[in-house]
Structure formats: C-alpha cells, structure tokens
Design a protein around this ligand. Structure first.
Ligand code: 5GP
Length: 191
C-alpha cells in the first residue's frame, strides 16, 4: 500500500536492527484518515471471505481493526491484556510473549464475543515473530471458530511470523512488507 509505505518512510523511526517506531500515526498518536484507508484496503483484500467478526489485541491493533470492521460492517473484538474486575470468569485465554516488551502476557476474550463455528478475521498492527497472532489463533481454536485470514498493517519479513502462520495454512495479507533496515532506511520487499 503505497501511501502507507510513504508514511513509514517519512515518519517511521528505526530504533534498532529490528524495531520500527510508528507512534506518530499508529501506536500512540493515531492518524484516522490513514487508518480509514487501511480499513478500506483490508476490506477490499478480504472481500471474498465470509467473516462474521474481526479479532485483534489491545492496544495497537484496535485502530486498524475498528476501521476494517467499519468498512466491512463487522463487529470488532479486541483481546484484553489485563484482567479487569468487570471481566467475567467465562473467558478464553492464551499466553503471548511480547516482542517489544519482552514479557509474557495473558490475552483474554469474553466468551460472549466469540462463538463456535464463527468465521473470524484477525487484524493486527505488526507481524514480527507471530506470537500475538498465534495467541489469537489459539483462542479461536479453543472457541471452535474458523480463521478466514490474517491482515497485518506492517510485516517485517526478516522475522519468522509469516513462516509460523503459513505452517498453519493461514492466509496473510500485509499492507507494508519490510525486508530490512539498512543505513537508517526502511527497505520494502519487492512484490
Ligand atoms: P509478534 O507477536 O508478531 O512477535 O509481534 C507483534 C506485536 O509486537 C505487535 O502487535 C506489535 O504491538 C509489537 N511489535 C512487533 N514488532 C514491532 C515493531 O517493529 N514496532 C512496534 N512499534 N511494535 C512491534
């Protein structure tokens, strides 16, 4: 997605060999116009699917997932990372190792918002080693739901997330695919 690649080049900050900071438009401050374009792009790419709902993980997946849900007219559920007092005991959980924070989080979805035999689309901000998406896949499997596909805003192809998902035969659509960071520049894959 050209406009996203241009924005990454303009506003993305390379923190080290494998982390890109995009907190001026996606992870902290959010650009709603760009998010809407991202939602419309995912809606186009997944127009052939029969999704009933969209799943993501708080907090950075919420903005692109909500815009995709708006474009596809689907409800959006985000897995929580902290069990709140208002969350009932009737929940699905999975353990996720956080790539950026280097801690294990439990992600939680209330059973009222995910049902057996539903078709689910997963949307997330980044694909690195695939742990966040794997956690959502584990929850969907527990619930007896089917995965229609995974939509990723920014994939880093030098990490092993895609390989992990392809081993599960999962369809992945990524809007920007980063091959490497070189001399302080983001290099996208040629495809
Ligand atoms: P994974 O579970 O695929 O290893 O990592 C995915 C999660 O880690 C994403 O949801 C995102 O929040 C975070 N993440 C992974 N790589 C990056 C990165 O380069 N920059 C930022 N800002 N977040 C990342």
């Amino acid at each position: 997605m050209k406009i996203l690649e241009e924005r990454i080049k303009k506003d993305g900050l390379i923190l080290n060999d494998d982390i890109l900071k995009v907190d001026s438009f996606l992870n902290h401050q959010v650009d709603p116009t760009l998010m809407m374009q991202i939602g419309e792009e995912f809606a186009k790419l997944f127009a052939d699917t029969k999704a009933d709902r969209i799943l993501t993980v708080e907090s950075s997946g919420i903005a692109p997932a909500v815009m995709t849900g708006y474009a596809m007219k689907l409800p959006v559920v985000f897995a929580r990372k902290h069990k709140s007092l208002t969350l009932p005991d009737n929940v699905y959980t999975a353990d996720v190792y956080s790539f950026t924070k280097q801690v294990n989080n439990q992600i939680i979805i209330d059973k009222r918002f995910l049902h057996p035999d539903e078709n689910v689309l997963i949307i997330d901000d980044f694909l690195a080693n695939g742990q966040a998406v794997q956690g959502l896949l584990n929850i969907a499997k527990d619930a007896g739901a089917n995965i229609e596909g995974v939509g990723i805003v920014i994939e880093k192809t030098f990490q092993r997330g895609r390989k992990l998902l392809e081993e599960h035969n999962i369809r992945i659509e990524a809007l920007a695919r980063i091959a490497e960071f070189k001399n302080g520049e983001v290099i996208f894959t040629e495809d």
